[in-house]
Design a protein around this ligand. Structure first.
Ligand code: ADP
Length: 563
């Protein structure tokens, strides 16, 4: 059984536009139909206006109003006339904006507008009745209705405009609030920023002060120990002379006393040397001498030389590595570290054992020195690596408190570290870990400057600096005296100047003064490199000792004075 097509709904109203006046009628009818179907006031005006727009240019057309309530809920108005769609009336475009859909066909134009949801058969029947009862009014009546609608539309527009004004005012108010908030926030941000900047400036200043203080300390240590060494060496020499069998004979008492003097002097010299070592390590004046190292040989030597220090009843074991270790490091520095650890262990162990062993793990060498001695109180453990720190207590033997800081410093120089675990009364274990070979020198770490001027009367010294500066300075210019230095500096505008203090025919200090007097050169930092023991040189950005210069020291000083 085939489905019958949906029945075409019975029209609500039908009329013909016979003359111009009927345009008012169709307008009025359109509004009445829309009202009868429950459409809102605005929609009624839309329908009426769309109809009058088309109707004005469609005299002779038949207009049919139909309401579809099954399926799509809509009002359909059809304007029919022969060939009306071939050149659609001018108002069609306007009608298109007022209605939901407008279809133009050859002989008809259909206008569609959706109906309110509640329209059903009942409402339709009521509308039909209502419309049948109403009679078309005159054009004049419709005109007055139209005017009233116009007025109310105008009022509505005015209301919209007022509303818009209020909204705008509110928006402006909000904007002002947001702006005020924004200003306040950015002020606060600026203040915070200023605070942060000041904090950083202070931090920079503090770290510069700290660095200077540290350098001053190292310089002081180096100078003092240097100064002390000569008289102590003299005391040792003189005592030896007095004790010499070929000298005047001494009483037994005198000999004994001189032995004591000699022993103390030797002790003093050892400590002064410790100081000097540490000062050197701290100012980066020790450059590891990398070479393959036979670890068994190092262990063997330590075993032999330190065995006599073990107290009676203390087992001293230095175990050779289980398998051969291929190690590239500085043998002298490594030996110093291990001797230091073993000497401490033997010193602080009265019973049990002192043992050293090595193993390779994760590509690093770990050497442990373990003892069963007095141990280190927990409160002191962090501090034993500080300079001059000694644990207070009854077992305290003489020392300087410099051994461990020095050992740790050397371990760092070798690319490793030194750590400790200790249990008071049970013993301590110090572990040195080292890379199996030095890390490849990372040139990215090096500072870079355009041009450097090296001023020194000795060609060898200039050459040494030139070598250290490869990879750091793009150009290295040399001058052998102060006068040519000034000329070259004017021409090449170096980023910094390395300057020897003592040169024939002009002191380095004078060159510093001369540079300061030339506006283009007064900002160029000068690093004094000197053999003389001078602490501070006026006008110099830094002072380096000429003897043990290393590439690392040069890199550090360049980075420091050029940033
Ligand atoms: P010192 O020259 O006085 O030995 P160190 O820097 O070598 O200086 O050691 C600092 C302090 O750490 C020592 O005075 C000692 O109290 C403590 N210490 C170092 N090694 C050991 C150890 N193996 N056992 C117990 N105490 C130790």
């Amino acid at each position: 059984m085939s489905e019958s097509p949906a029945p075409v709904p019975e029209p609500l109203l039908r009329m013909t536009l016979r003359e111009d006046q009927d345009v008012f009628v169709v307008r009025q009818r359109g509004r009445e139909v829309a009202a009868a179907l429950g459409m809102e006031h605005q929609d009624q005006v839309r329908v009426a206006t769309a109809l009058s727009e088309i109707g004005r240019h469609a005299i002779g057309a038949m207009v049919t109003f139909t309401a579809e309530v099954s399926g799509r809920l809509r009002l359909v108005i059809v304007v029919e006339a022969d060939g009306i769609g071939i050149s659609p009336p001018e108002g069609t475009a306007a009608a298109g904006r007022l209605m939901d859909e407008v279809h133009v066909e050859r002989d008809r134009i259909s206008l569609m507008r959706r109906l309110p949801a509640q329209v059903g058969q009942e409402r339709l029947a009521a509308a039909r009745e209502e419309l049948a009862a109403s009679r078309p009014t005159t054009a004049l009546d419709e005109l007055s209705v139209q005017n009233r609608q116009l007025v109310s539309a105008l009022e509505e527009v005015q209301a919209h405009r007022d509303e818009l004004l209020t909204l705008n005012a509110e928006l402006e108010e909000t904007n002002r609030g947001v702006m005020a908030l924004y200003t306040q926030l950015s002020e606060e941000l600026e203040q915070t920023n200023q605070g942060v900047v000041a904090l950083y400036a202070e931090l920079d200043e503090r770290s510069a002060q700290l660095r200077e203080a540290n350098e001053a300390k190292s310089r002081f240590l180096a100078n003092v120990s240097h100064e002390l060494r000569a008289p102590v060496t003299a005391i040792i020499g003189l005592t030896r002379l007095l004790l010499d069998p070929r000298s005047e004979p001494l009483t037994a008492d005198q000999t004994h006393q001189l032995d004591l003097v000699q022993g103390s002097a030797a002790d003093l010299l050892a400590r002064v040397n410790d100081l000097l070592d540490l000062a050197k390590a701290e100012s980066n004046r020790i450059e590891p001498n990398w070479a393959p190292v036979d670890l068994s040989a190092v262990f063997g030597q330590l075993r032999g030389t330190l065995r006599p220090l073990a107290k009676p009843g203390v087992r001293f074991e230095v175990a050779d590595p289980a398998e051969p270790v291929e190690l590239v490091t500085d043998e002298v520095l490594l030996t110093q570290i291990l001797r230091n650890l073993l000497t401490n262990a033997l010193k602080f162990t009265d019973a049990g054992s002192v043992a050293m062993g090595a193993l390779v793990r994760d590509g690093r060498l770990h050497i442990a020195v373990a003892d069963t001695g007095i141990g280190i109180p927990f409160a002191e453990q962090r501090r034993v690596f500080e300079e001059f720190h000694q644990v207070r207590g009854a077992h305290q033997a003489g020392g300087t408190g410099l051994g461990l800081p020095y050992a740790r410093r050397l371990a760092t120089l070798l690319g490793g570290g030194l750590s400790m675990v200790s249990e008071p009364g049970e013993g301590s274990t110090f572990t040195l870990d080292l890379p199996l070979r030095p890390a490849p020198e990372d040139d990215q770490d090096l500072p870079h400057v355009r041009a450097v001027l090296v001023v020194d009367d000795e060609a060898a010294a200039r050459q040494a600096l030139r070598e250290h500066l490869t990879g750091i300075a793009e150009h290295v210019h040399e001058a052998a005296d102060a006068r040519s230095a000034l000329a070259i500096a004017m021409r090449e505008r170096p980023s910094l100047i390395f300057l020897d203090l003592r040169m024939p025919g002009g002191d380095g200090g004078e060159l510093i003064a001369a540079l300061a007097g030339v506006p283009e050169l007064s900002g160029v930092p000068v690093v004094v490199v000197t053999g003389a023991d001078v602490g501070h040189v006026p006008g110099a950005a830094a002072v380096l000792g000429k003897s043990a210069l290393t590439r690392r020291m040069i890199a550090d000083v360049v980075a420091r004075v050029t940033t």
